[in-house]
Design a protein around this ligand. Sequence first.
Ligand code: GDP
Ligand code: MG
Length: 298
Amino acid sequence: MSFKSGFVSIIGRPNVGKSTLLNQMVGTKIAIMSDKPQTTRNKIRAVLTSEKGQIIFIDTPGVQKPRNKLGEFMLKQALTSLEEVDVLLYVVEANSPIGPQENYLLKTLAEVKNPIILAVNKIDTVSKAEAENIALIIENKIPVLKTYFLSALKGEGVADLIEGVFELLPEGPPYYPEGQVTDYPERFIIAEYVREQILHLTREEVPHSVAVVVEEIKPRENSDTVYVSAVIYVERDSQKGIIIGKNGKMLKEIGQRARREIERLLGSKIYLELWVKVKEDWRNREAWIRNFGFTDFE
Ligand code: GDP
Ligand code: MG
């Protein structure tokens, strides 16, 4: 059998389950997930290799009208990835009606030339008829090659979807060695794990005001422990207070939870040191957005 390979961009409104689906397909937690919109900020590449071939998925930040410079960056990330790939995997959720945000995205998609596969996600939350209804509305607005119904959370329908993607890919070589699941540097994944816990543990504007930078990953001499230090940047003193918490309780909780995930990723014991710093209004400052690792910003 011939080997197929190609690039697939995962697009969709924030919160529809793109990152959950990505992790499910490649079997490793590369993209962090939360119930807060705008969890994913960068393009993330994830690789699935099987005997059939290799799919390189690109998880994009959700497409939406930007409200600040970070938002502009995220939109650009999402849109440029539409042109560069073999297949677009458009994810919608079955449990919400098509609103203005979805229509904004549909308008964009109506203009792209790449083949589009529709994934109607979260079917565990609605009836079959409701899911099919959402699919019909979308199929009437843009050219969809094939529609799949799935629950990314439960892994249902995911294998069929992967088959469907392979069908559309051209013959080609593997781009990444077998076993490599991402080209996203470890340092960034670790920073994302810390940010994920902050998303889970804080509310309102705090989660969106946070950037995490890993400064050091160093194996300790004469021990099997790896030392990791990271800085949590916030925009205001009050947010710093929230992240640290009473007697440092919140920061400790964030650290403990993130440490478990990092240990799983690296396969060794971790000593995690977290610092909190204020960088006023960083989401509107291009230099800082770059500094935080959003390198494609233009
Ligand atoms: P993204 O913003 O599109 O990347 O969405 P995420 O993958 O971060 O998921 C957003 C939220 O939806 C999280 O709370 C997920 O647990 C949840 N979610 C994702 N897929 C499913 C699904 O198939 N069923 C249900 N019930 N929830 C899901
Ligand atoms: Mg995401």
